[in-house]
Design a binder for this molecule. Structure first.
Ligand code: UTP
Length: 299
């Protein structure tokens, strides 16, 4: 069955980006010319997803407004002959259906996905974190690959993984792979935030997954874990323990994951997207060169 449904959790508090996120969703922060969540929607549409379920929460209404069709704005731009600006709103008219549900209490990523259970019902579905972009300007087909492998291998779950430097494994869920195949590997276990010495690999969960609806049962049975939150990693661990077939798909070298959840990573993403912007990148690169020449070299 072709997977054309995606759940996009966007209900998190974004505490690590305060004060930016005090009154605006982190998923609406700009990266170059677009807000983060639009890159996510564009990437999913490109991969064949046609129905998007956003799990929203307090203070996230700007996300719903962003994907609405703004007739008044379109009419005004059309009357003013501003075709170039109209083109920037083309995403509003894409052939996508939007659904919204609320996570009424922020009990973690696993719990956020569980909030979409009634809408998803018994269909297989993609999960794409609303605060992560894959690949420069979201030019990645990793979701298409995960869906293809999910179908072909009749898996229970397929997860995208990025190879990270060993000292960074402490920030991520890390794969313990077993058999390695041409375009995927089988997962023995997922270890949450191991120390570099204990890490079974440097393959970090990259914020893109495909699941069968059976995952809901495992999330429901998952007790609160780290940070008193219901962790998706724990539910995947339980699925593995029960004999579930969980596969990993590695990102390619051009498919870096831009995590917009902390300042260090957000700044890097913004700078890289802006410097490579098709309209403004050339001038900005020149400006940046001059700026760097004036700044003292770091220690
Ligand atoms: P994070 O793990 O970065 O958590 O979320 P967070 O709560 O947003 O951020 P901090 O820790 O307070 O800084 C990863 C993705 O999962 C969503 C977030 O919106 C983000 O897109 N999420 C997280 C939820 O939807 N609900 C939650 O309870 C937690």
């Amino acid at each position: 069955m072709a997977v054309d449904l995606a759940v996009v959790p966007v209900a998190g508090r974004g505490t690590r980006l305060l004060p930016l996120t005090k009154s605006q969703p982190k998923e609406m922060l700009p990266v170059g010319q677009k807000p983060v969540v639009q890159y996510v929607a564009d990437e999913l549409a490109e991969a064949g997803v046609r129905r998007l379920v956003f799990v929203t929460g307090p203070g996230k209404v700007a996300i719903e407004n962003h994907f609405d069709i703004n007739e008044e704005l379109i009419a005004r731009l059309r009357e003013g002959g501003q075709e170039d600006m109209l083109a920037k709103l083309a995403f509003e008219r894409e052939d996508l259906e939007y659904f919204y549900t609320r996570q009424r209490r922020q009990l973690g990523l696993g719990h956020a996905i569980l909030c979409a259970k009634q809408i998803v019902s018994d269909q297989p579905f993609v999960v794409a974190l609303g605060d992560s972009i894959i690949g420069l300007h979201a030019e990645s087909d990793v979701v298409r690959r995960t869906i293809e492998i999910f179908d072909r291998e009749q898996a229970d779950a397929v997860i995208a993984f990025e190879t990270v430097p060993r000292q960074d494994v402490v920030h991520y869920g890390i794969a313990r792979p077993k058999a390695v195949h041409a375009d995927f590997f089988e997962l023995e276990d997922l270890v949450e935030k191991p120390s570099p010495a204990d890490a079974p690999s440097c393959l970090a969960v990259a914020g893109r997954y495909v699941f069968r609806s059976s995952i809901f049962k495992f999330i429901e049975e998952t007790p609160p874990g780290k940070g008193n939150e219901i962790q998706l990693t724990d539910a995947i661990g339980a699925l593995l323990k029960s004999g579930g077939k969980v596969l990993g798909v590695p990102l390619t070298s051009g498919e870096h994951r831009y995590d917009i959840g902390n300042f260090a990573s957000y700044f890097r993403a913004f700078v890289e997207f802006a410097l490579q912007d098709p309209e403004y990148g050339t001038a900005l690169r020149e400006h940046t060169r001059q700026l760097l020449a004036r700044l003292p070299a770091s220690e």
